[in-house]
Write a protein that binds this ligand. Structure first.
Ligand SMILES: Cc1cc2nc3c(=O)[nH]c(=O)nc-3n(C[C@H](O)[C@H](O)[C@H](O)COP(=O)(O)OP(=O)(O)OC[C@H]3O[C@@H](n4cnc5c(N)ncnc54)[C@H](O)[C@@H]3O)c2cc1C
Ligand code: SF4
Length: 501
């Protein structure tokens, strides 16, 4: 029987949107299913209450997280996380692919190395950076992590005055600041103070919607269905996906559709859930486990004068000197980046004590934030599962080693902020935060051994010849940089494998 499509993809985020483009440009007929809507209300795009407090563009489900009901800061509209992300698109370190160098004490020897290494992904990093139009300064010292051998597509804009100060503060701390590689077209960018977590008003920030899905639609090979939810992949006993059941969220109509290949990219929560609901018999025992999303440290410095961060775009700098700690503390950590002031309502919401709006506004105008990521250990107990009613549960607690590293990082970042001239600093590690899970990874990890990993090294479900998973869930460890660039590069790699006869 002929198939309805060559490929059906579930989820339009970093993994799904990217592979859709790859397959469509290779001439495949593709259906892309996204449970979220196309977010098209401009009055909400830059509105703090609607975006960060009411979370209109984030996943609309309430999850049971550590035994309480809550919403999560993960993308829930067309484009997934890339509709809202900060687009800091750093390449990882080569050693990120060899976690055994750092965590041999906690990992089985089979997990000491990813099944692919940096060189396998390098050509795809080049392609993604070009397709997204990543800006950056390739001549800068970016210690420990990789950068393009050629150039970024365009140079970054000049630093804002507060970032010139921060640059000096970082240098005086003995580190090497660089312009963050950003997926932003600065010819179009409006320099909004609010960028990550908000919806970009003019597609200056590279989302999969604008850079991949629209281009895939232009090939006439893509059918896009938003507000459609995949409920189940129909898996047969002979190792094949035979169909997919999808429900229109508007009309509550269910359909079964067929394709030669099924590509799941519903995010590190959505993908294991879909496989569980499909009755996938996982031989590794790892499905839904090893849920990771970076621990880390965040420091807000308060300055005497306004920083400009409540009027202009100030997410510009990063440094990676402490990616692997230092001589005094030789432990793997991750990158550091600046973040914009989130807005007065968020300052109020996150203040340790209730404060009036006027004070929150005052502080927000004088605030500069830097945050450091800490690669968290994959732990079996940290897991996603579904109960009989279909409710999604998440259990997560950072490992004491994650917390120890994050606390150390916090002290280093406070020192940098003081050198930059902050009058005082607030800081927190990520140890108690189970809602800001934007960098979620790990729950459908890949590997060569079916007893240790759910996917093979090509991200194909062990035991199934035509079912793949290409979102952030494939990574065995969470990397020391944001995951988006690596998810997209891997999606191009897997897309090429699927498209090659
Ligand atoms: C505010 C914010 C800032 C961030 N900043 C950065 C950054 O600067 N740098 C960086 O590297 N990363 C950043 N990230 C993280 C990055 O966006 C994610 O790592 C990335 O988008 C994950 O890609 P993914 O394909 O795994 O899943 P997602 O992008 O989350 O996509 C999954 C999609 O699947 C859909 N879906 C789920 N279940 C179903 C179903 N059953 N049927 C149909 N569709 C379904 C979801 O609605 C979603 O659209 C940020 C994220 C957020 C939210
Ligand atoms: S700062 Fe630029 S990239 Fe960010 S939301 Fe505004 S226009 Fe878009």
């Amino acid at each position: 029987m002929p198939f309805d499509y060559d490929a059906i993809i579930v989820g339009s985020g970093a993994g799904g949107g990217t592979i859709a483009w790859k397959l469509c440009t290779a001439g495949k007929r593709v259906l892309l299913i996204e449970r979220g809507k196309r977010f098209d209300d401009p009055t909400a795009f830059q509105n703090e209450k609607r975006m960060l407090i009411d979370m209109e563009a984030f996943d609309d489900r309430t999850f049971r997280v550590n035994e309480r009901d809550t919403r999560l800061y993960i993308g829930g509209v067309l484009g997934g996380g890339t509709a809202l992300y900060g687009s800091a698109l750093l390449r990882p370190s080569r050693d990120d692919f060899h976690p055994g160098k750092f965590y041999s004490k906690w990992l089985e020897p089979e997990l000491w190395d990813w099944p692919i290494n940096y060189d396998d992904l390098e050509p795809y990093y080049d392609q993604v950076e070009e397709l997204l139009g990543v800006t950056g300064d390739v001549s800068a010292t970016m210690l420990h992590i990789e950068k393009p051998r050629g150039d970024y597509t365009s140079p970054p804009p000049e630093l804002e005055p507060i970032n010139k100060k921060l640059k000096r503060g970082i240098e005086e701390s003995g580190f090497h600041p660089f312009h963050l590689p950003l997926g932003i077209d600065f010819n179009r960018c409006l320099r909004c103070p609010t960028c990550p977590g908000f919806y970009c008003p003019n597609n200056a920030r590279a989302s999969t919607t604008d850079r991949f899905i629209e281009r895939a639609i232009a090939t006439n090979n893509l059918e896009l269905r938003t507000e459609f939810e995949a409920e189940r992949i129909l898996l047969d006993q002979k190792g094949k996906g035979r169909g997919i059941r999808v429900r229109s969220r508007h009309q509550n109509v269910v359909e079964e559709l067929t394709a030669e290949n099924y590509i799941i990219s519903a995010g590190a929560i959505g993908s294991p859930v879909l496989l569980m609901k499909s009755g996938y018999e996982d031989r590794s025992g790892e499905l839904g486990r090893n849920y990771a999303y970076h621990c880390g440290a965040l420091v807000a410095g308060i300055f005497r004068e306004p920083t400009g961060g409540s009027e202009r775009f100030i997410k510009q700098l990063g440094f990676t000197d402490l990616y692997f700690g230092n001589n005094e503390f030789p432990h793997k950590l991750g990158y550091v980046q600046t973040l914009p002031s989130p807005g007065p309502l968020s300052v109020q919401e996150n203040a340790p004590l209730p404060i009036p709006h006027s004070l929150a506004k005052f502080l927000n105008r004088r605030m500069l934030i830097i945050s450091g990521a800490v690669e968290d250990l994959p732990q079996q107990e940290n897991r996603v599962h579904v109960d009989r009613s279909g409710k999604i549960h998440l259990t997560h607690k950072f490992h004491p080693y994650d917390i120890e590293r994050s606390r150390w990082y916090l002290q280093q970042l406070k020192r940098v902020m003081k050198k930059t001239g902050a009058l005082f600093t607030f800081g927190a590690t990520g140890e108690k935060d189970d809602r800001h899970t934007a960098h979620q990874t790990g729950t459908v990890r890949f590997g060569t051994d079916p007893k240790q990993a759910v996917l093979d090294s090509n991200c194909r479900l062990h035991g199934y010849e035509n079912v793949y998973v290409v979102d952030g869930s494939f990574t065995p460890t969470s990397l020391g940089v944001g995951p988006a660039l690596t998810i997209m590069a891997n999606a191009l790699r897997v897309g090429e494998i699927i498209a090659t006869p």
